[in-house]
Design a protein. Structure first.
Length: 421
């Protein structure tokens, strides 16, 4: 029988204090910006590695710049359970996205060490260096490398200063030619667990500290460009216009309407719009918009994308415009492992928390790792659902509850996987 772990105030304070310490490591004064393979990233590795060693872990840096702490098991199961998150941030981001999962995992191992306890299996805490993609415009570099799915041509991707990923790795003391050594083989790990802030308002609205993640939504992104004919704003009659911006505006509302009709099954966002020539007194001859569509199930997402893009073609035809569509990103949904998800739910229920299941609309390292290992996630509520912003906030009480639930989950898995295989 698994006994729920106490959520002590000291545990919550430790998690908050360590997230605060990491938040002080930034490329830019007055904000939190910590991109992959920068001096601030190295400083975060050194700080976190020290905490790992204090908790009784051996540490190493893998070929993709992921810091890994290892706490050995008692020898009955050689496959490790991975529990972690990432250390990088978006530009001017918050202090809990990613860091919470790393710090809480270390706190759990520290509790095991203090109790003099070894689980049946080793625990490895990966602190991924790039989940956000803020430097090279390509996300999940560390977890994709661990999954063996990092595209070879990504090494040539360059940041805003013209430095390639290969050059940045070399400058960090890593060998790009050995990147494949970071890959794990399917079946060699028990799985991956992550505690992460929700980055949305659902848990807070329902008064719940924690939630069970069912999976990560699939996503499709496209650029849609309407081409019409520029003209003088004061001389071209309304009936004679081929206004690209007006067509794009209608498309934005069509995408919103199609998503709203799904009753929450689909999210659609136009995040950027650009009209040319961009003068106040000139009819727009060209207007490009971005489209982002997400859903927890791939059939719903694909159906919505098809309807939205067909609306673009219909709008263009009706308005005498041309339209071009470039689908530049398409990622399938990544459902969490049913057994791990059930264990997460059981741990929350044992703590007296109403089990609330929800999908993640944001991407996480688990979506890459799912290619080689089962994964599960716990969400923690955050103030106002705000994330990727300096106002990102959690309470010490929730930090304690989330860390204790994660530790309870480790004991639960020890019971299920180690003593009752």
């Amino acid at each position: 029988m698994v006994t729920p772990t106490p959520a002590t105030a000291e545990l919550g304070r430790l998690v908050i204090e360590r997230c605060d310490a990491l938040a002080a490591l930034s490329e830019r004064p007055g904000e939190l910006t910590r991109r992959f393979l920068t001096p601030s990233h190295r400083a975060s590795i050194e700080l976190v590695a020290g905490w790992m060693r204090e908790a009784g872990m051996a540490t190493r840096l893998d070929a993709a710049g992921t810091l890994i702490g290892r706490y050995d098991g008692d020898g009955r199961e050689s496959r490790p359970l991975l529990v972690g998150s990432h250390l990088d941030t978006v530009c001017n981001g918050g202090r809990y996205d990613g860091m919470l999962g790393v710090v809480a995992a270390i706190a759990c191992v520290d509790q095991l060490k203090r109790a003099g306890h070894r689980l049946a299996f080793p625990i490895e805490v990966p602190a991924f260096g790039d989940e956000e993609g803020a430097r090279f415009g390509i996300a999940l570099i560390g977890s994709r490398a661990m999954a063996g799915t990092l595209p070879a041509d990504w090494l040539g991707r360059r940041d805003g200063d013209g430095i390639s990923l290969a050059e940045a790795l070399a400058g960090f003391g890593l060998d790009p030619a050995r990147l494949g050594e970071a890959a794990r083989r399917p079946g060699d790990q028990l799985g991956y667990l992550e505690l992460h802030i929700e980055q949305g308002p659902v848990l807070e609205a329902e008064g719940l500290p924690l939630g069970v993640v069912t999976g990560i939504c699939g996503a499709t992104r496209a650029e849609v460009v309407f081409a019409g004919r520029s003209g003088h704003a004061g001389t071209v009659p309304m009936a004679a216009r081929h206004d690209a911006l007006a067509g794009a505006a209608e498309f934005v509302l069509a995408a919103e309407s199609i998503a709203q009709a799904s009753a929450g099954a689909v999210l659609a966002t136009v995040g950027r719009i650009g009209a040319e020539p961009g003068a106040a007194n000139v009819i727009a001859g060209r207007c490009g918009v971005t489209l982002d569509v997400r859903a927890p199930t791939d059939p719903a997402r694909r159906a919505a994308v098809a309807r939205i893009l067909e609306s673009a073609r219909a709008i263009a035809a009706r308005r005498g415009l041309e339209v071009s569509i470039d689908v530049f990103y398409d990622a399938d949904a990544a459902p969490c492992d049913p057994a791990l998800t059930a264990d997460v739910a059981a741990s929350l229920a044992a703590r007296g928390i109403v089990v609330r299941s929800l999908a993640s609309g944001a991407g996480h390292d688990g979506m890459a790792l799912a290619a080689v290992m089962p994964y599960g996630m716990i969400f923690m509520r955050c103030a106002g659902g705000i994330s990727h912003h300096p106002a990102e906030a959690i309470t010490a009480e929730d930090a304690a509850e989330g860390t204790a639930a994660l530790l309870d989950l480790l004991y639960r898995l020890d019971h299920r996987l180690g003593r009752n295989p």
